[in-house]
Design a protein around this ligand. Structure first.
Ligand SMILES: Cc1ncc(COP(=O)(O)O)c(C=O)c1O
Length: 395
C-alpha cells in the first residue's frame, strides 16, 4: 500500500444474489435486433417525426385496444391533458378521480383548469369503484377518470352505468394497464378516451418517453391529432402554417413508434408471465403479507405486485439490507401533496391507510421463480414476529 493511503473498511455490497425491483434487460434484448434494423431505416430516411412507422403503430395499438383510433403523443401526461382538452373539460368542471394515483393524473386535470374531486378507494383492491363515485357526484361533476392502478380494472360495468346515469364522461387512465381486461374487453376500450403511457418501465415501454390516446369517436380523434401538432388541421402538407385551434407539440417520435411496434407482439406473453409470477407470489407469501385483491372478471396486466404489510417501512428496510428491491406506489396520496391540498376533501380513510401499508415487490416478465421464492422467504423471516393487519381503524 502506498504511503498516506489509509487501510479502508470493505465497502458493503448487497448479497451476490440480490433481487432487483425491475430489470428491463431481457425484454429489451428480445427486440433489440429488430429495433436496430427499424431505427437504421429511420436514420436512412431522415424523417424523424411522424411518417409511416407512427401511423403503423397507431393502427396496431387501436386494433389491440379494440378502438377505432389511436393517436401517438409525447408521453402519458400529455395523453391525459390532450384527452381532457379534446373533451372540452376545463374551468369550473369537477372531475372525479381516486386520490391514490401517480400525480400525473391530477396534474392533467389541474393543467386544463378543472377541479380534481378526490375520492376514496376500496381497501382490498385499492381501486375507485362506482360506489365511491356515486358518493362524490355533484352538480358541477362533468367527468370521471378511472385509473387502472397497478394494472387492475374495477367493475367497469358498474362504473359505466354510473357514468351514463349521471351524464358523466368516462376517461380511462390506463398508463399501468396495457392489455388488462374486464370481461375480455381491454383497458382503453370502455371510456370516451383511454390514455396510455409508454414510459420505459411500463408493460409496453418505449426506449424513452411516449404515450397514446385511444378512442372510437372520430371527432375526438381529429381534435387530438390537431392539438398534438400545434393545432394544424392535419392531412395536408401545404397547411403547415395553418393553425385552426390552440395546440401544443406532443408527437410520438418515429424511433419510439418503431420500438413499440417491435414490442407489441410480445405484450400478451409478457403479461401472462406477470400473471404466473403473481400466482407464485400469492401461493408463497406469508400470511402477514396480503396482496391487493383483484376482481374475478378482471385479467390484470399486473404492472406492479403490490402487497399490504404491517410496519411497512421497517419491512422495506430489512428487504433492502438483504439486497431485495421494492417500491411504494405511492407514499403520499395526491390530496395530501402540497400543491393539491387546496382541493382536499378531508380524510380519505382507505387511501390514507393504504399509503402506510403498501409495498411493491419485484415484478417483471423475466423475474426468475427462484427470486420470487427468495423474496417470499425473506418476508416470512422479517414478518414472523409481526401481528397481521386486521383492517381495524388505526391499524
Ligand atoms: C397512472 C399513471 N398516469 C399517468 C402517468 C404519466 O405518464 P408519463 O410518465 O408517460 O407522462 C403515469 C406514469 O407513470 C401513470 O402511472
Amino acid at each position: 500500500m502506498s504511503a498516506g493511503v489509509a487501510a479502508m473498511a470493505p465497502v458493503p455490497v448487497p448479497p451476490f444474489d440480490s433481487v432487483p425491483f425491475l430489470d428491463l434487460g431481457t425484454t429489451t434484448a428480445v427486440v433489440a435486433t429488430e429495433v436496430r434494423v427499424g431505427w437504421e431505416k429511420v436514420i436512412a430516411s431522415n424523417r424523424f417525426v411522424g411518417g409511416e412507422q407512427v401511423k403503423a403503430f397507431e393502427d396496431e395499438w387501436a386494433d389491440y385496444c379494440g378502438t377505432e383510433y389511436a393517436m401517438g403523443v409525447g408521453n402519458g401526461t400529455d395523453a391525459l391533458v390532450l384527452a381532457l382538452r379534446a373533451l372540452e373539460l376545463g374551468a369550473g368542471d369537477e372531475i372525479i378521480v381516486p386520490a391514490n394515483t401517480f400525480v400525473a393524473t391530477i396534474e392533467a386535470i389541474v393543467l386544463v383548469g378543472a377541479i380534481p374531486r378526490f375520492v376514496d378507494v376500496d381497501l382490498h383492491t385499492g381501486l375507485m369503484g362506482a360506489a365511491e363515485v356515486e358518493a362524490a357526484v355533484s352538480d358541477r361533476t362533468r367527468a370521471i377518470v378511472a385509473v387502472h392502478l397497478f394494472g387492475q380494472l374495477t367493475d367497469m360495468d358498474a362504473l359505466g352505468r354510473c357514468a351514463t346515469q349521471h351524464g358523466l364522461v368516462l376517461i380511462e387512465d390506463a398508463a399501468q394497464a396495457h392489455g388488462a381486461t374486464w370481461r375480455g374487453i381491454r383497458a382503453g376500450g370502455f371510456g370516451a378516451v383511454g390514455c396510455f403511457s409508454f414510459y420505459p418501465g411500463k408493460n409496453l415501454g418505449a426506449f424513452g418517453d411516449a404515450g397514446a390516446v385511444v378512442t372510437s369517436d372520430e371527432g375526438i380523434a381529429e381534435r387530438i391529432r390537431s392539438m398534438r401538432d400545434h393545432g394544424r388541421p392535419g392531412g395536408s402538407e401545404d397547411r403547415h402554417y395553418d393553425h385552426v385551434r390552440i395546440g401544443t407539440n406532443s408527437r410520438l417520435d418515429t424511433v419510439q413508434a418503431v420500438t413499440l411496434s417491435a414490442k407489441l407482439p410480445h405484450l400478451d406473453q409478457w403479461n401472462e408471465d406477470r400473471r404466473r409470477l403473481v400466482r407464485l407470489y400469492a401461493a408463497a407469501l406469508p400470511p402477514t403479507v396480503v396482496p391487493l385483491g383483484q376482481l374475478e372478471e378482471c385479467a390484470g396486466a399486473h404492472h406492479l405486485m403490490v402487497v399490504r404489510v404491517p410496519q411497512r417501512d421497517r419491512v422495506r428496510a430489512e428487504l433492502a439490507a438483504l439486497g431485495i428491491g421494492s417500491g411504494i406506489h405511492y407514499p403520499t396520496p395526491c390530496h395530501q401533496l402540497e400543491p393539491y391540498q387546496q382541493w382536499s376533501p378531508g380524510v380519505l380513510p382507505n387511501v390514507e391507510r393504504l399509503a402506510g401499508q403498501i409495498l411493491s415487490l419485484p415484478l417483471y416478465p423475466s423475474l426468475p421463480d427462484a427470486d420470487v421464492m427468495r423474496v417470499c422467504e425473506a418476508l416470512g423471516h422479517i414478518t414472523a414476529d409481526l401481528e397481521s393487519l386486521d383492517d381495524q381503524p388505526g391499524d
